[in-house]
Design a protein around this ligand. Structure first.
Ligand code: F6P
Length: 321
């Protein structure tokens, strides 16, 4: 193998740059030529390629976002789009492709391998932490810290005014950002899509908090449950005497300098992806399980279901009484 390429796809995540850097530097260290593909699969279809050098990844380990840009690419979901992408890779002599993204991006890589024999390795890069084949995806802990910072600040003002607050966090259908940021931020209530919630129970818990003189009521709500404003209306209907506010954190959670954990995870995963390609492996997805780097066949990885951490959830309930 002489030439490989790397792209970032789907929603960006802090630590993607650290991962690109690791792919490029490990590749060059091993005598490979490394190509950066701009704008994910869309850039691949359009032939937006650029030669990566040691210095093109200098000074990026600390930066959020992705220097390769990213996109969601509907064209790549069609066989015709993937055929063009495979031709671009072949015409440019690219023998291996590292895809940094979420499970949708892995599905694209899986099809590219199956239909056109492209060697692909997937690296989990998403703030959502919704990929079952890894305990943690690149960007998750940075997003949790960002959400936590916001929760701390909202708590200050809510306490001063003795208000309640609903803070909506991202995560798509996964409640991990809400769970971790909620526990770390001492939230009274954490609502996640994995556990259906009961409005009567929620109201009782808010009332109990009021009765024991709590100065604030923080509800961390995962976006996969419902919108913060919808929940606000329902709470106002049931508890008109209380002053509740809603905040949607939104894309702030996707930005910022990656934490040390995300930078180290991204560096390890990026290097492992290149090693796997050099060993002639393909259709693999990298993960971190019980603190060990692992890799799975992409079919196996995509068939895995993420188990919700009930112990953590129960702990959050105990600690918020
Ligand atoms: O997958 C990452 C994520 O930030 C989700 O948490 C969120 O639902 C989605 O992307 C938002 O996507 P977009 O930036 O395209 O609106």
């Amino acid at each position: 193998m002489k030439k490989i390429a790397v792209l970032t796809s789907g929603g960006d995540a802090p630590g993607m740059n650290a991962c690109i850097r690791a792919v490029v530097r490990t590749g060059i260290f091993n005598g490979l030529e490394v190509i950066g593909i701009m704008r994910g699969y869309s850039g691949l279809i359009n032939g937006e390629l650029k030669e990566m050098t040691l210095s093109s990844v200098a000074d990026i380990i600390q930066r959020g976002g992705t220097i390769l840009r990213t996109a969601r690419c509907p064209e790549f979901t069609k066989p015709e789009g993937r055929a063009i992408a495979a031709k671009v890779l072949k015409d440019n002599g690219i023998e291996g492709l590292v895809v940094i993204g979420g499970d949708g991006s892995f599905r694209g890589a899986q099809l590219l391998s199956q239909e056109h024999g492209v060697n692909t390795i997937g690296i989990p890069g998403t703030i959502d932490n919704d990929i079952a084949s890894t305990d943690y995806s690149i960007g998750f802990f940075t997003a949790v810290n960002t959400a936590l910072d916001a929760i701390n600040k909202i708590r200050d003002t809510m306490t001063s005014h003795e208000r309640g607050s609903i803070i909506e966090v991202m995560g798509r259908h996964c409640g991990n950002i809400a769970l971790y940021a909620g526990i770390a931020g001492g939230a009274e209530i954490i609502l996640v899509p994995e556990i259906p919630f009961d409005m009567d129970d929620l109201v009782d818990r808010i009332r109990e908090g009021q009765a024991r003189g709590k100065l604030h009521n923080i509800i961390v709500l995962a976006e996969g449950v419902c919108s913060a404003y919808e929940l606000l209306d329902r709470i106002k209907e049931r508890l008109p005497e209380l002053d509740f506010r809603a905040t949607i954190l939104g894309h702030i959670q996707r930005g910022g300098s990656p934490t040390a954990f995300d930078r180290v995870l991204a560096s390890q995963m990026g290097a492992r992806a290149v090693e796997l390609l050099l060993q002639g492996k393909t259709c693999r997805v990298i993960g971190m399980k019980k603190n060990k780097l692992v890799d799975f066949d992409v079919d196996e990885a995509l068939a895995m279901e993420r188990e919700f951490d009930m112990d953590m959830y129960n702990l959050s309930k105990i600690l918020s009484i």
